[in-house]
Ligand binder design. Structure first.
Ligand code: DCP
Length: 139
């Protein structure tokens, strides 16, 4: 039935972003695209696929973009509605194995609380800074 095919699959509307904190520093990644976001820093992540849980999307995206294995996925900060109708959500994840590499970004940087306040984040991620500070302070 056409209605069956047209029904949206759960989770297709989410973009996941990961807060990886090691030794009091947060991992940020510098975007290469699109042109209006290139050069700005973000929590790495990406679009969840149809039917994929947020935790699975985080595991897949970080494997693809950073070459690392992560676990967990407790929410951080507020939902950020994106112009295309998706919703962007941040999650705290734990690094399980591997050393992050910039496989899909221009560069990676581990920032402390002060540096987080100074770096040029993508606009969508800026609202998370107060929550990220709490996590960097060991909460
Ligand atoms: N986004 C954001 N902040 C983040 C992560 C993503 O504002 N920390 C935004 C940028 C894009 C949208 O979410 O508008 C989707 O992110 P990506 O382009 O990074 O997602 P993918 O990696 O899945 O996209 P693609 O593989 O199509 O490049």
């Amino acid at each position: 039935m056409p209605e069956e095919r047209a029904r949206p699959v759960e989770n297709t509307g989410e973009v996941v972003a990961a807060a990886i904190i090691v030794d009091g520093r947060l991992l940020l990644a510098q975007r290469t695209r699109p042109p209006e976001l290139a050069g700005l820093w973000e929590l790495p992540g990406g679009k969840a696929e149809a039917g994929e849980s947020a935790e699975d999307a985080l595991r897949r995206e970080l494997r693809e973009e950073l070459g690392v294995e992560v676990s967990g996925g407790d929410r951080i900060g507020d939902d950020v509605p994106l112009p295309d109708g998706r919703v962007l959500r941040a999650y705290r994840v734990q690094l399980v194995s591997g050393t992050p590499a910039a496989l899909d970004h221009a560069e990676l940087r581990w920032v402390d609380e002060r540096e987080l306040g100074e770096i040029d984040l993508v606009g969508n991620d800026r609202g998370w800074v107060p929550d990220l500070r709490l996590h960097l302070n060991g909460r």
